[in-house]
Design a protein around this ligand. Structure first.
Ligand code: ZN
Length: 144
């Protein structure tokens, strides 16, 4: 099995078995982001406790890339401090902007490296980033 197939499998697994899907009743901030070019929608709730992401839940519809990406992200960010989450966020943005030229840092991005191939397809980058932009927006609002 080559790496692309393995990555496909990680994405499909998150798409079929989304992590942390289902919105929490309580939240410090809730945002709703859409990607009109593909029809993806994500609502995301975040709770912070002592500058740590104590809960991150979401609900959404859309393509496998958008839904898998937010599932992978929620797995990665829950329990992290805002500073740690920023490092992961920045690393993922850099990867998505790399046009396939960057080797993803698995020690930081874990399963999110499976989305590295998306950076070669400009039309799909917004799908992969939708959940991440929603997190960024929610985390800023939650700190106000
Ligand atoms: Zn999409």
């Amino acid at each position: 099995m080559n790496l692309d197939n393995l990555y496909q499998e990680v994405i499909l697994d998150h798409y079929k078995h989304p992590q942390h899907k289902g919105l929490s009743e309580k939240f410090d901030a809730q945002v709703h982001h859409v990607n009109p070019s593909c029809g993806d929608e994500i609502t995301l709730n975040v709770n912070l406790a002592d500058s740590t992401i104590s809960s991150l839940t979401w609900d959404g519809v859309g393509c496998s890339i958008s839904q898998a990406s937010v599932s992978i992200m929620s797995d990665l960010l829950i329990g992290k401090s805002l500073d740690e989450a920023q490092v992961i966020f920045d690393s993922f943005i850099e990867l998505m902007q790399s046009k396939g030229a960057l080797v993803a840092d698995e020690s930081i991005l874990e399963d999110a490296v499976a989305l590295a191939g998306v950076s070669k397809y400009p039309a799909r980058i917004k799908c992969a980033l939708l959940g991440w932009m929603a997190y960024k927006d929610a985390s800023v609002q939650a700190q106000k």
